[in-house]
Design a protein around this ligand. Structure first.
Ligand SMILES: NC(=O)c1ccc[n+]([C@@H]2O[C@H](COP(=O)([O-])OP(=O)(O)OC[C@H]3O[C@@H](n4cnc5c(N)ncnc54)[C@H](O)[C@@H]3O)[C@@H](O)[C@H]2O)c1
Length: 258
């Protein structure tokens, strides 16, 4: 493999455009291709970051010989098919969270990685936040004594996208769920990283405030009992009129207090 990794980003919407900017700044990697069906967006990102290849379809990007790593930043329903095609074409894959729409799809992606020997990395970026890494270090060192209760909250405003049946966040088929599979997975990922394997989970997922024909939940309450003895709760919603997720921030949204 060459010294410089060729990165191909599929989907340059909200999160894909951030990653296009980041990849362009880092040494040892080069943004060599993007795939985006929205022509205006595709042309904007292509010219902004001088991307050599800009495709309308992801099928063309995964066959591009200059691409070593495919970074999937599309709606959740495309995570599995793009991963399978990219790995069959000999590429490693970075995929945005959640891994997929269901556990079965996620397992199929892991199985494809095992079969082909290609790497699969799910972009749970909250693990890289310094305060979360410090939390992990303090827990591992026993610096805060025995943890017994973890409380996590996320309050967000997704009225616009969840009410739009043309938006992937407004359709169960494309998203696979609501707030829990979306930002909830960031919280669950951090809790699992800190406290290990869960013993049992109880949850209620309801559509309480965003009343459209769409079906996924806007509000979830989850209680997790960890094998290590910690009880954890999540209270999360997309149904507020404000957000605790700072606008324009990627990976800087969970506040940790211990
Ligand atoms: N890690 C994080 O903090 C974080 C933050 C936001 C979003 N995400 C994840 O990133 C993914 C995208 O979310 P988003 O908010 O950027 O959505 P978005 O709607 O803003 O962007 C998705 C892009 O994918 C494009 N797309 C759709 N079909 C395509 C296809 N067939 N081929 C290529 N591109 C296609 C769309 O045109 C759009 O530009 C989701 O899985 C989401 O969960 C992660």
């Amino acid at each position: 493999m060459a010294d410089t990794l060729g990165i191909g980003i599929v989907g340059v919407g909200f999160v894909g455009e951030y990653h296009a900017a980041d990849v362009s700044k880092l040494e040892g990697q080069k943004l060599v291709a993007i795939a985006e069906p929205n022509e205006a967006l595709r042309e904007k990102v292509k010219s902004q970051f001088s991307v050599p290849h800009a495709y309308a379809s992801w099928e063309d990007l995964v066959q591009d010989g200059s691409v070593d790593v495919v970074y999937i930043c599309t709606p959740n329903d495309l995570h599995l098919p793009i991963t399978e095609a990219a790995m069959d074409a000999g590429k490693d894959v970075i995929c945005e969270k959640p891994i997929a729409r269901s556990a079965a799809e996620g397992r199929a992606m892991i199985e494809k990685s095992r079969q082909t020997g290609r790497k699969l990395f799910i972009a749970f970026n909250q693990r890289f936040r310094p305060s979360h890494q410090k939390t992990k270090q303090m827990l591992d060192e026993g610096a805060i004594g025995r943890p017994f209760l973890a409380m996590s909250t996320f309050i967000g405003n997704e009225f616009e996208r969840m009410s739009d049946p043309k938006n992937w966040k407004g359709t169960l088929e494309k998203s696979g769920g609501g707030v829990l599979i979306d930002n909830g997975t960031h919280l669950i990922d951090c809790l699992n990283w800190w406290f290990g394997e869960a013993e049992s989970v109880v949850s209620r997922c309801r559509r309480l405030v965003i009343s459209t024909q769409n079906k996924e939940e806007d509000t979830s309450l989850v209680a997790i009992e960890y094998k290590c003895g910690v009880l954890a709760e999540l209270a999360i919603t997309f149904g507020a009129r404000y957000s605790t997720w700072p606008k324009g921030y990627i990976g800087a949204a969970i506040r940790t207090e211990i």
